[in-house]
Structures are given as C-alpha cells and as structure tokens.
Design a protein around this ligand. Structure first.
Ligand code: NAD
Length: 354
C-alpha cells in the first residue's frame, strides 16, 4: 500500500500515545520514523513500531525519560538516555553537544542507554543544520547479535552504524550514514516480509556459505549477516563496539551483558565547529569545488550520475513526499496488530488514513 506521510505520522503518534508516550515524545518519535521512510530507509521507519510497542509494554523503553548529563568536563559531556526513546534523547544529547561545541570548538558527546536511536543520520543532520560537523560511532545491544565477524560463521556483533555529516552552506549537508553490516538488519526484515531476496554478499548460512535468502536468519542454527567491505567493515564495526559499547555504555555485545530482546544504542559522537579549524569561506568553496569535481565523473553504463553521500535520501524524500510511502503488507499488518494491542483499532487507523 501507499500512504501519505502526514497521515502516517498521525497513526504512529496515536499508537505511541496509546502505548504510554506523552504527546511531545510521540510526536518526535513519529516524525523521526516517518522521515526515515521518506528518506528511503524503510528498515528504520514505521516498520519498527511493533518492536517499539513491545518494548514500551515490557518497560524496555521508558517513554518519559529525557537525556540527563551525568558528567561534563570541558568539551566532554556524558549523557544518560535512561532507555528513553532514541528519537527524544538522541536530539536532546545533540543539542547539549551543539552548545558545548559552540563554546569549546569541539564537543565529545558520550550518549549511553538510549532506546533505539533509529536513523543515525537524523541526529547528524540536526548538528549539520547548525553549521557543525559531526561523527558518530554507535553499537547495538540488548538482543542477540546478527552479524558474523569476518571469517566467522556465528553472529557476534550488531549492525553498528557509523555516520558523518558535514554542512555545506546553502546546500544539503553531506551525510554518510551506514550500518557496518552489508545492509541494515531491518532491510533483511523488510526483504523477509516482502518475500524478496537480499543483494549478494549480505548473508551467510550457518555453515558460512553465501546466500541471498533472508529466511536463513530465522533458521536453527541461524545464518548471519556479513559486514560491508569484508575485514574493513568488520574492523569499523569492532571499533564502534569498543568506542560506543565498552567506553560509552560499559555495555558491549559480549555475552556477560544482558540480552532480553530489546534494542539499546550507545553512541560516541564528535561535534566540530569548522570555524576553529580554518577559514569557513575557504572550507565552503573547496567543498563545493570537490563536490562538483566528483559529480562530473563520467558514469558507468546504466548509471545516471554520480551521487554524493546523502543525495539518495534527498531524492527519495522528494519522491515519497510527492507520491506517498510504500509499505509492504506484512509490515503494515504488524503495525495494525501492534496498534490493536494498545487500543488503536484497525477502524481507527483506517479513519486516520482517510
Ligand atoms: P545505505 O546502504 O542505504 O546507505 C549508506 C550511505 O551510502 C548513505 O549515506 C547513502 O547516502 C550513501 N549512498 C547510498 N547509495 C549511494 C550512491 N549510489 N552513491 C553515493 N552514496 C550512496 O544505508 P544502510 O547501511 O542500509 O543503513 C540504513 C540506515 O540504518 C542508516 O540510517 C543507519 O543509521 C541505520 N542503522 C541504525 C542502526 C541502529 O541501531 N540505530 C543500526 C544500523 C543501521
């Protein structure tokens, strides 16, 4: 089905409120999730609602929690998300970091214990909108790992995202925002729900053979996701695990820590004010010249043009704002069923969409 983004936002807000969230927290969460769909990342959009409702009911997500500064030392600030919505404590911790970076030129924000932060690019774009650069290392814990280390056959890591956003005056920011797995876990879920295969190089079965069939993740013994770029993606995922998991959250994926079927993110973010490094006019003109040079690269067969990181999301957003957001039937039924468990009936949802 195809859904208008504004109506979809109302549905998600209503489900979040019925599941225990305040109006403000529900609005921030719904806005973030629908924006992820608009930007083409259905893996991190409204399809997460059944997981969020489940986690709210079990107390794994604390809807009233807000970011709390637990220590600050010059440019370094440690923030506890207290298992609040990542869509609430994420932006709050970025706003704290923006203030610190304005004062010191750089901020190191260690955000621990956030319920799922969703699309990390959203947090980076919030910083870039203030003319600041940000770099984010994130780990994913609270549930069984899905990604096998390079050379292994059993999952030992989460999909640990890395993100970097860079403002470009007068234009959209450059945003590299990626899972360190070859694809985000939610993309395997969406493929499974849609009866589709995943691209080659993303999955192995329990014996380590490459496969494109997402059903291997549901088998016993289960298959694994793999990293992008073989040992290099694994290496970056491992660095995320150490910086965000061991350092920031004191909660890495090692099995001594709790795994109860929830999604917790820890994030170490660096926010840099370009002004403290050099001439911002030169930075802007040099970046624009670089973008122009890269985009003018002659293209391979069947490729229209070279894109800069962040551009695919801008293109998807323009398209989906105009034409609606496609949602596969299984994901939609999951959302409707999750709504029903908290009193938002299918009829109410139909009414909100009409
Ligand atoms: P992806 O592979 O679709 O895109 C990764 C990056 O590559 C993006 O910055 C995109 O702009 C860029 N890109 C894509 N196609 C391009 C092209 N043709 N030319 C130039 N650049 C291009 O993303 P992904 O790895 O599937 O991650 C999806 C989302 O999942 C991200 O928003 C990430 O933050 C999120 N995620 C979140 C968690 C979590 O626990 N919160 C975990 C993993 C991933």
């Amino acid at each position: 089905m195809i859904v208008n983004h504004q109506k979809l936002t109302k549905v998600v807000e209503a489900i979040c409120v019925a599941a225990g969230a305040g109006a403000e927290e529900a609005s921030m969460t719904a806005g973030h999730l629908v924006e992820a769909n608009l930007k083409g990342h259905d893996s991190h959009g409204v399809g997460m609602i059944p997981i969020y409702v489940n986690n709210l009911k079990k107390g794994f997500c604390q809807p009233d929690s807000h970011a709390e500064v637990v220590s600050s030392n010059g440019s370094v600030v440690v923030v506890d998300g207290k298992l609040g919505f990542g869509q609430v404590v994420g932006p709050e911790s970025m706003d704290i970091g923006i203030e610190v970076a304005r004062e010191h030129g750089i901020a190191v924000v260690a955000l621990k214990n956030a319920h799922h932060l969703g699309r990390i690019g959203a947090h980076a774009e919030r910083v870039a909108a203030q003319g600041l650069i940000s770099i984010h290392y994130v780990n994913v814990v609270g549930h069984d790992p899905q990604v096998s280390p390079f050379g292994g056959t059993v999952p030992r890591l989460g999909t640990n995202p890395f993100c970097c956003a860079i403002p470009v005056e007068g234009e959209n920011p450059i945003v590299l925002d990626m899972a360190t797995s070859a694809v985000a876990a939610g993309k395997v879920r969406v493929a499974l729900n849609s009866g589709l295969n995943v691209p080659e190089g993303c999955l192995i079965d329990a014996e380590g053979n490459e496969t494109t069939d997402p059903k291997v993740i549901t088998m016993d013994p289960a298959g694994s996701q793999t990293h992008f770029g073989k040992h290099k993606g694994f290496g970056l995922a491992f660095i995320c695990e150490v910086l965000a998991g061991a350092l920031t959250g004191a909660w890495s994926v090692q099995p001594g820590n709790i795994r109860q079927g929830t999604v917790v993110n820890h994030m170490l973010a660096f926010i840099i004010d370009p002004k403290v490094i050099g001439d911002t006019d030169a930075f802007t003109s040099e970046t624009k010249a670089l973008i122009e040079y890269i985009k003018s690269t002659p293209t391979a067969k069947d490729v229209d043009c070279v894109l800069i990181p962040g551009e695919p999301e801008q293109i998807a957003k323009a398209n989906r704002q105009a034409n609606g957001i496609p949602i596969d039937e299984t994901s939609w039924q999951g959302i409707v069923a999750a709504g029903a468990t908290v009193g938002v009936t299918a009829e109410m949802i139909t009414g909100m969409l009409s």
